[in-house]
Design a protein around this ligand. Structure first.
Ligand code: TYD
Ligand code: MG
Length: 460
């Protein structure tokens, strides 16, 4: 029996060290060091076949033939949008998300759609039996296709099958369950995940096969989260949204073939994931009417405008330190805006609890949400509802100034489409803007002006 060797690997960045540490010296993440046991003789993985020595020449960039980038549609409009048009030949794509969020479901739908187009598809599952996959395919109406299913965990067997079948597209569900038998560490460990992905990457590039890797993200560190793969793959998609909501958001955080931060919206139904094209309508459909502390904002998710409802509840506090609970926005940003409201808007927040929620499980990161948050908080503070046909947007600075935001034209058009006839926005954004008929824009320079327009200034 060979002697076991223990090392510690950071699950966030893959940094390896002999001793356990609380903080990773490489990426600075806390509590991410995971024990990784390897047997001494097998410690060294067989290196990938080196291609060194083939000696390629450096080429002048103007002499390189690029050809046109072609995108293969996945058959699912929202996913195409996130991928920047579709799948590119030989792309290695990582699809991450919490367990149970719908990764396997969506990819099985993609496989079925591609298979119907006559593509050769291999779906490799290391998690579910062929029967389970069949049952799921029946639910999705995807069982009458030529799709090939392989239940296998060993990487060498998968590679052999890939070489036999030569699929156009392949799904590995999930990368944490496959392993290279010649390495001693457990499946799902950082080294296994990295080496298996490296092998698949080489296969994808050499054979022009588009490969989806499914990667589970768990809250407190799967042994090796998909993050350790982000640098080597071409596209990284993450599922967002929680299990309470039926909406699932798919976001591109890296895309070598298109823009990032495009967002796809899906609804999880009894027969799979359905694209939600009119996301604004859906997100606003359950809005409380006539209640205070609710303000609609038109945010931009990539190139797409989306109306979201920001809810605030301001209540008298019975705690020594008032409570602040924020859902769907950056906590420190909200604290900052509350301080601005206190100082520039004359609202007394020190004895009030504040709860913020972005409806529909959305996560807002844009500064354009600032003004809507302020108005929503003020509305709850004064217990005065915002009229149903008002939308608010703008960035707020520390001096209480309202700053210009981008893409005003797209935002206003979306507001108009959904029947919002009054728009409160930064005055600076209104230059050269053509306001559509039926919409009144109210340009403001400061938060205090905005509150005055909405009749939300507190009595002094
Ligand atoms: P799944 O795709 O297995 O998640 P992941 O691969 O990300 O772990 O999704 C599983 C969940 O989706 C499960 O809780 C059941 C639900 N679901 C539906 O609501 N409708 C469906 O048609 C399917 C197939 C699954
Ligand atoms: Mg799954």
């Amino acid at each position: 029996m060979a002697k076991a060797k223990t090392s510690f690997v950071c699950s966030a960045c893959g940094y390896e060290t002999a001793r356990w540490m609380g903080k990773c010296p490489e990426c600075g993440a806390w509590n991410t060091m995971q024990e990784n046991v390897q047997t001494a003789v097998e410690t060294v993985a067989k290196p990938l076949k080196q291609r060194a020595g083939r000696g390629t020449d450096a080429v002048r960039i103007q002499d390189i033939e690029a050809g046109a980038q072609t995108y293969e549609s996945t058959g699912i409009t929202e996913l195409d949008r996130v991928l920047g048009g579709g799948i590119v030949e030989g792309a290695l794509m990582l699809v991450g998300g919490e367990p149970g969020i719908g990764k396997s479901t969506l990819l099985l739908q993609v496989c079925a759609a591609l298979s119907k187009k006559g593509k050769r598809i291999l779906y490799v599952s290391g998690e579910e039996s062929a029967r389970q996959i069949k049952l799921r395919a029946q639910r999705l109406g995807a069982d009458k296709t030529e799709l090939l299913v392989l239940t296998e965990n060993a990487m060498d067997a998968i590679e052999n099958k890939l070489n036999d079948i030569r699929p156009d597209y392949c799904v590995i569900d999930s990368i944490q369950t496959v392993y290279r038998p010649e390495m001693a560490s457990a499946p799902g460990s950082v080294s296994q995940v990295r080496e298996s992905a490296a092998l698949l990457m080489r296969y994808a590039k050499e054979n022009g096969c588009g490969i989806f890797l499914v990667g589970h993200v768990t809250k407190e560190g799967a042994i090796a989260g998909p993050r350790v793969l982000e640098h080597m793959v071409d596209v990284v998609l993450y599922f967002e949204g929680d299990h309470q909501h039926e909406y699932r958001l798919v976001r591109a955080v890296k895309n070598r073939f298109g823009s990032v931060n495009e967002l796809g919206v899906f609804e999880m139904t009894g027969d799979g994931m359905h694209p939600v094209e009119n996301a604004s309508e859906t997100l606003l459909s359950q809005r409380a009417k006539g209640a205070s502390g609710s303000c609609v904002l038109c945010g931009m998710e990539g190139s797409r405008p989306m109306l979201v409802d920001i809810q605030a509840l301001v209540a008298q506090s019975f705690y020594a330190v008032p409570r602040r609970t924020v859902n769907g926005m950056d906590n420190s940003r909200v604290m900052l805006l509350l301080a601005v409201l206190e100082k520039r808007g004359g609202m007394k927040m020190y004895n009030r609890d504040v709860y913020i929620n972005v409806a529909g499980g959305m996560n807002l990161s844009e500064p354009a949400a600032d003004l809507a948050l302020c108005v929503s908080v003020a509305s709850s503070y004064k217990d005065v509802p915002i009229p149903a046909d008002w939308a608010v947007m703008g960035e707020v600075g520390l001096a209480g100034e309202v700053r210009a935001i981008s893409r005003m034209d797209r935002r206003i058009a979306e507001c108009q489409r959904l029947g919002f006839s009054h728009i409160l926005c930064p005055k600076d954004s209104l230059q050269r803007l053509i306001v559509p008929k039926g919409v009144t824009v109210h340009g403001v320079d400061t938060v205090a002006q905005a509150l005055a327009v909405m009749d939300l200034l507190p009595e002094r």
